[in-house]
Design a protein around this ligand. Structure first.
Ligand SMILES: C[S@@+](CC[C@H](N)C(=O)[O-])C[C@H]1O[C@@H](n2cnc3c(N)ncnc32)[C@H](O)[C@@H]1O
Length: 244
């Protein structure tokens, strides 16, 4: 950007208070600081949805990094609402994703099953790289329980994955959110839930497209290598699989 163009945008942004010019300057500055950054197109309507913003920032404070993933989750679950079976989440943390799932299914008669140690991550394995350490994301279950208290059909299974899965082995599922960051619990979750997923049901792996979670990607790739379903890498970083 030459100096004349920069001044033009600066004038429009700060004197005329033009929203697009502010976006453009922020975009150019971010490229200057982090050349690999990709700003998406200006004016995405999902960023203006006040109700979703209120939900999101009530959980995430000012950290917007999973805004688009949460939004995709909210939308994707819609295609499973008339599919037989309950919903589940592996890796609950404070309950932000489970809140969206519960909100989506609240009129359907489905139950939602939540699995988390609430003591954070176990020891990462060789496939997991160096980003995570044992105990990261430890939060206790009180906050998630409080955040989901209005949903009486939400059932907590506190403990290490896959130890508590046996308590729901008789059920079928329409939607499963896997968000445990590491290879072993991702693979264990797939092994348990895939055979119990109804045709048309959806698995979303939150961690698939991130350098910080190579183990989660490997678990998905290994598991689906001999299955008919394709893994769809969504631009948000999530992976989605629709059961045939
Ligand atoms: C990224 S957080 C989940 C975020 C959550 N889905 C949300 O919407 O905010 C990952 C969670 O996985 C849990 N976790 C990871 N490995 C686990 C295991 N083997 N057993 C139980 N919980 C596990 C951690 O305790 C942590 O709460």
């Amino acid at each position: 950007m030459n100096i004349i163009t920069a001044l033009k945008y600066a004038y429009r942004a700060f004197i005329k208070n033009d929203d697009y010019s502010r976006f453009y300057i922020a975009h150019r500055l971010s490229l200057l600081i982090y050349p690999k950054s990709i700003s998406s197109e200006y004016g995405r309507i999902i960023f203006d949805e006040q109700e979703f913003r209120d939900y999101y920032f009530s959980f995430e404070n000012s950290d917007s990094r999973s805004f688009d993933r949460k939004y995709f989750l909210k939308e994707a679950i819609k295609i499973t609402l008339d599919i037989p079976g309950d919903t589940a989440e592996c890796g609950v943390f404070k309950g932000a994703s489970s809140w969206l799932i519960c909100q989506a299914i609240k009129e359907t008669g489905k139950n939602h099953h939540l699995f988390d140690s609430f003591s954070g991550l176990p020891e990462p394995g060789l496939a997991d790289g160096a980003y995570w350490s044992s105990g990261d994301l430890s939060t206790g279950s009180q906050e998630a329980r409080k955040n989901l208290v209005d949903f009486r059909f939400a059932h907590f299974y506190e403990g290490w994955i896959p130890e508590k899965f046996s308590e729901i082995e008789h059920l079928t599922f329409s939607f499963v959110h896997i968000d445990v960051d590491l290879f072993e619990p991702t693979l264990a979750s797939l092994r348990f839930f895939y055979p119990r997923l109804s045709p048309g049901g959806v698995i979303i792996c939150d961690d698939y497209g991130f350098n910080s979670c190579p183990g989660a990607k490997k678990a998905m790739d290994d598991f689906f290598s001999d299955k008919v379903e394709k893994i769809i890498l969504v631009p948000t970083g999530q992976a989605m699989v629709i059961k045939k």
